[in-house]
Design a protein around this ligand. Structure first.
Ligand SMILES: [Zn+2]
Length: 299
């Protein structure tokens, strides 16, 4: 297994195989590439661009894909994925970061939800395709992924998929088999401010591992922007969910934090909690326990 971080600041953390820098998270802010870190880019989820160009928002019969639309689970504003300006803007950033950094991870490279996008351009493209709605949307996602792949030359491409292994195609346009032809790795974000019941996360990890035809990572939430240690999961819950997910056969685990300092504080808590590391023996997640042991030399 490989282990990584997922950070909002361009400073890597120690004790991992790789660090991802969220150069453009869904807030839409854009940082500078760090050659020591893999680069994550949120593509069509982009609050900043949506504020500048509200006319680029993805639309549906139940309203636009702004965060304020409570009919859908929208945690950020989602732009129409057939908009040529949005595509080119993101492809250029992807190409630049692929040149300067060790690899690319893309997020929100898909439709906002099942009802999107019914803008005149999307409806016209759908009609011309001769496909049914679900297949046209999946083809649109794949065509964009193919364009991304052309810009990520000789470097690994990580493709994030929202954690729905059953309805991913209907909701977001994921055709997992077709996506596997372009992705080197899949990443399934499993973000939560609490992990009191690892059983559910383990179930989702096992389901994805059984269907994805490329190696797959999961991503757990340690401490994102705007959080305190009181508003996120206690370190024991994250230790447990990581150990239990590891036994499903997944290929790697990523840990999200705003910055390396929060990762380091999390590592220190893990290293010091010998009692809980002992408790987690026997679950079949030994590679995670070995990672925790390796962190001892950091302190
Ligand atoms: Zn559209």
């Amino acid at each position: 297994m490989k282990f990584a971080t997922f950070l909002y600041q361009p400073e890597p953390a120690e004790g991992f195989d790789m660090n991802f820098y969220r150069i453009k998270p869904e807030s839409g802010t854009v940082g500078k590439p760090n050659p020591q870190m893999y680069t994550n880019i949120a593509v069509f989820g982009d609050n900043a661009l949506a504020a500048q160009h509200p006319e680029w928002i993805s639309v549906s019969a139940d309203g636009p894909a702004f965060r304020s639309n409570k009919k859908f689970n929208l945690r950020w504003d989602v732009l129409c994925m057939t908009n040529p300006e949005v595509r080119e803007y993101n492809l250029k950033l992807i190409e630049e970061c692929a040149r300067k950094t060790p690899g690319i991870s893309i997020s929100s490279q898909h439709f906002a939800e099942h009802a999107f996008c019914t803008c005149p351009r999307c409806v016209e493209l759908w009609r011309k395709s001769g496909l049914n709605w679900v297949d046209w949307r999946a083809k649109t996602v794949i065509e964009f992924l193919a364009e991304v792949r052309e810009r990520v030359v000789g470097k690994p491409l990580f493709v994030n998929c929202l954690p729905d292994p059953v309805l991913g195609k209907v909701r977001f346009g994921y055709d997992f088999d077709a996506m596997a032809e372009y992705a080197d790795y899949f990443v399934v974000p499993m973000f939560s401010k609490a992990y009191p019941t690892p059983w559910y996360w383990e179930t989702i990890a096992r389901a994805f591992k059984s269907i994805l035809k490329k190696p797959m990572f999961v991503n757990f939430y340690v401490r994102g922007p705007g959080e305190t240690w009181e508003t996120v999961a206690p370190h024991r819950q994250i230790m447990t969910v990581a150990t239990r997910a590891a036994r499903t056969g997944i290929d790697g685990i990523i840990f999200l934090a705003e910055k390396a300092q929060w990762i380091r504080e999390f590592q220190k808590k893990v290293v010091e909690d010998k009692e809980w590391r002992k408790e987690l023996e026997g679950y079949g997640g030994d590679e995670v326990l070995e990672l925790f042991s390796r962190w001892e030399k950091l302190f």
